[in-house]
Design a protein around this ligand. Structure first.
Ligand SMILES: [Zn+2]
Length: 200
């Protein structure tokens, strides 16, 4: 992969960037055990964006890994990004982004969450917080029991874990490093590399 651009997402922050069809985005969890959120918009029509529910149904899974795709909210749906590499193995497709409301209510901390950080990163494109779709939850796992109960699992990704997503259309991608406190874990950052690949 020939590198075109490198972006650092600091702890508890968001970044957004354009990706052309055929390019691959590699996201590296630099120090490990750091969940994050990824959302996607179609570059020339921001009303077209990732649908977390459509993505679940197309793969019939509540988490994504290599070989799975992120789908649009359109009818018929289209593939936006396909996961072409994944050293971690599972990224949740059930949870919404964390936000100031959830952090205060559930964790008793007063700070911006992924929603606010994604919104800040997407400000330049005029995207409002309520227009941000539910994400692909990077390096984050949720278990579901026989009666549908959900439980957040402790983050388990190793330092240097990575996921590669290849764009199937021109996109705006936004990524946030999560602000939810986990026991005995400092918040850490991601490195994102956008590279050229040979073909779609
Ligand atoms: Zn979060």
């Amino acid at each position: 992969m020939k590198t075109c651009q490198e972006i650092i997402v600091p702890p508890r922050s968001g970044r957004a960037f354009t990706v052309r069809a055929g390019q691959t985005v590699r996201i590296v969890d630099l120090e490990g055990r750091q969940p994050g959120d990824l959302v996607v918009f179609k570059a020339d029509d921001l009303a077209v964006k990732m649908s977390q529910a459509r993505t679940r149904v197309e793969s019939r899974k509540v988490a994504a890994t290599q070989g799975d795709s992120l789908w649009t909210n359109t009818f018929p749906p289209e593939v936006m990004l396909t996961i072409v590499g994944d050293t971690h193995g599972s990224h949740d497709l059930l949870y919404p982004p964390c936000c100031r409301y959830a952090l205060e209510k559930r964790f008793g901390v007063s700070r911006d969450g992924c929603l606010e950080n994604l919104a800040k990163a997407l400000e330049a494109w005029g995207v409002k917080p309520h227009e941000i779709p539910d994400p692909l939850n990077l390096f984050f796992s949720v278990s579901v029991d026989d009666v549908g109960g959900m439980k957040v699992c402790e983050p388990m990704s190793k330092a240097g874990s990575s996921i590669d997503l290849q764009a199937k259309m021109d996109c705006i991608v936004a990524v946030a490093t999560c602000s939810v406190p986990f026991p005995a874990k400092e918040h850490t950052g991601y490195r994102i590399t956008i590279g050229e690949t040979s073909s779609l």
